[in-house]
Design a binder for this molecule. Structure first.
Ligand code: CYC
Length: 169
């Protein structure tokens, strides 16, 4: 598992280089956003249950077939599996926000996930909608708490959506 700092040091260590201007810029950028990253992670921890519930409700309103007979989230077992998955995405997004690096998402969430979803018929497009609905809520909470530039919040949510959908950028 890597974070923004260990990842950068690893890269420089491989070539035996001292940290140069680029490295310093990127470290300063990371540290400058540090307080905001921690504040957002704290807000996520304190509101996770409500964020997941709200995103789930909105998702099932938007795609009601999911919870109708034949839908992938039909039956209480699968309904809860779906909310549990949203909770996984939110929790790992909060870790990745603090780490400033997406490596832990690959390692802990995304490896083999698309294959699992395919084999269980879990539809990716609505999953992506669910992740985006959580992102929107977190960004709104951050703005309300006075964080001006909330663009760093997009990163882990969009990363998971992109990897799940296998859309290359
Ligand atoms: C199932 N979701 C699963 C399974 C895994 C994950 C491994 C199969 C095993 C199980 O049922 O527990 C996902 N597991 C994860 C992730 C991690 C992990 C991400 C990383 C920490 O350990 N169905 C829908 C919605 C969507 C959904 C669109 C919710 C947004 O229609 C999710 N995932 C869903 C459902 C199942 C599932 C319904 C159960 C499918 C089944 O058993 O038929």
């Amino acid at each position: 598992m890597q974070d923004a700092v260990t990842n950068l040091i690893r890269t420089y260590d491989i070539s035996g280089s001292y940290l140069d201007r680029n490295a310093i810029d990127s470290l300063q950028h990371y540290f400058k956003s540090g307080a905001a990253r921690v504040a957002v992670a704290t807000a996520i921890s304190g509101n996770a249950a409500s964020v997941v519930r709200t995103a789930g409700t909105a998702l099932f309103e938007q795609v009601p077939e999911l919870i109708s007979p034949g839908g992938n989230a039909y039956t209480t077992r699968r309904y809860s599996a779906c909310l549990r998955d949203l909770d996984y995405y939110l929790r790992y997004a909060s870790y990745a926000l603090v780490a400033g690096d997406m490596n832990l998402l690959d390692e802990r969430v995304l490896q083999g996930l698309r294959e699992t979803y395919n084999s269980l018929g879990v539809p990716v497009a609505p999953t992506v909608i669910g992740i985006q609905l959580m992102k929107d809520q977190i960004k709104r909470m951050a703005e309300e708490s006075g964080i001006v530039d909330t663009s760093f919040i997009d990163q882990p949510f969009d990363y998971m959506c992109r990897e799940l959908s296998e859309i290359s950028i």
